[in-house]
Design a protein around this ligand. Sequence first.
Ligand SMILES: *Cc1c(COP(=O)(O)O)cnc(C)c1O
Length: 268
Amino acid sequence: MTTAGRAAAAGESQYPSADSTADFVRNIATVRSRIAAAAARAGRSASEVRLLPVSKTVPEDRIRLAVQAGCRTFGENKVQEAKRKHGNLAGLDVSWSVIGHLQTNKAKDVAEFAGEFQALDSLRVAEALDRRLQSAGRGLDVFVQVNTSAEDSKYGIPPQELPGFLAQLPRYTAVRVRGLMTLATFSSDTDDVRACFALLRTLRDRARGENPDFVGPAELSMGMSGDYETAIEEGATVVRVGQAIFGARTLPDSYYWPGSDGRQESGP
Ligand SMILES: *Cc1c(COP(=O)(O)O)cnc(C)c1O
């Protein structure tokens, strides 16, 4: 785990809250310099890594401050929350990335407002999305979520089923596969976390070797506030960072991932 992650596990409030544009500028600058350092350690360029700010639970007035600080895309775990914010902030030039598990009955909403969907984990959802997208006359960038931790509580395609899953997706022509996404294990052991990221990279490399058309640009969305530096060292091209930008969340992670209570709760 990173220093930040360990501090979180120890219950320290190392994620400073952001209540002004200047606070956001500062938090984002800190994250970006850590991204740059992690990329440098891996012999990569920081420009290969997209920072996706995750604004779940953050009220709209504070999201406006983040927009003033330069954020243009926000990640949201829950469709309903994302849809509400999309509607209320429609005047701003921002797009919404849905990063949490989707039920088929919400596919219509995602097809209407989302700029990206990062948690595709079933053919039923792919089919439902494609149907809605076709009738809306648009396409959507998606990431296939892979369960790299073998934890039952995690959503995602099991690694051994990934090749077969990817091979089915070309028939859903409005669903544009951009790459793979994962959540690492809820462990305080850096080696365990790193192994999840390394597995996603290996699966990506294998899929690309088998048929490059099935994984598109073959991006890797992995890493959050507690582990994004490790993820970048293992090849992440997208990091999804909430608390390190917006401040510690008080809502426990188990609200988003049933069964994840063991992970660091970093409330103040
Ligand atoms: C909340 C969330 C994140 C960001 O977590 P932080 O600890 O706030 O950085 C990343 N990915 C997903 C899927 C999430 O739901």
